[in-house]
Design a binder for this molecule. Sequence first.
Ligand SMILES: N[C@@H](CCC(=O)N[C@@H](CS)C(=O)NCC(=O)O)C(=O)O
Length: 299
Amino acid sequence: MAAVNQHPIVLFHYPGSLWAAKITAYLALRGISYHECIQPGVMPRPDLAGLNIHYRRIPVLAIGRDIYFDTVLMLEKLEQLFPGNTLGARDPTSRALEKTLEKWIENAVMPSIIGSLPPAFLDNEQMVKDRRQCWDSEISVEAQEKGRPLSLVNLRTHFNFLESLFSDDRHWVLSTDNPGLADIHTAFALDWILGMPGALPEHFFLDEFPKTFGYLKRYRGVLDAANIQGPKPESLAGPDAANLIIESDFVEPEGDVEHDPTLLKKGQNVALWRTDESAFSRSINRDLGRLSALTSHEP
Ligand SMILES: N[C@@H](CCC(=O)N[C@@H](CS)C(=O)NCC(=O)O)C(=O)O
């Protein structure tokens, strides 16, 4: 098998994608070279369908011929497969805190961020029509207007939590010298909404949470510097990205189905879909294949 850094990385994403910002930040902070294949912001995505991928979320990451869905898995793989200047915490307590922050942002902070977006953000018929296929919740300018006050109140409590974390003037979440994975988890989504002029009410948070704003400014500064100094992603058209992936070797060994509590067996035909999408989305955005591996890390 070739050394892992000889395997190309291809990131499928679109500009403005909140979750893709997390992966691009990670790659930039580590100075890892990659290719990108820019996708439409709405379905269909023929470049992915051409690779027989029906998962509808962005980003999608290929390392060699292996394709990874969901940033949780992508970050774990990049940490494992590309040793050297990794960004993850080393000791068990910090690692546990890092994971907890990842989940806190995804499950608690993210809904407040999305709910805090100005209703005008949804004044896009094509995008609203597309996202209604994916989610069961009501998506409209009116629903956004109605839900926004609660989201802003919740967002304020999240800022409050961070303000107390930074009260001792630490620079980074785990008091490290440089930003680590815990900082990417904590900052990427807040950085995304702050980068959207007028998304948060002016001075609503700024006066109350100066240390958190200082932290987010630091994060943005380090990221801007890494983007200027580091390798620029090489853009590929869909067919070129597909060829590069198909002609690459698998980067990971095939693996096994380990003690699966639902008794799935290696080699069995399976369908894969996200459980957090609408019934309609689950019925069409599902991937079919033969099960190779299933572990407690990759359930
Ligand atoms: N948990 C997923 C979330 C990905 C996600 O929701 N991405 C958004 C874009 S930022 C998305 O795909 N929305 C629906 C779409 O673009 O079709 C991850 O970590 O990768």
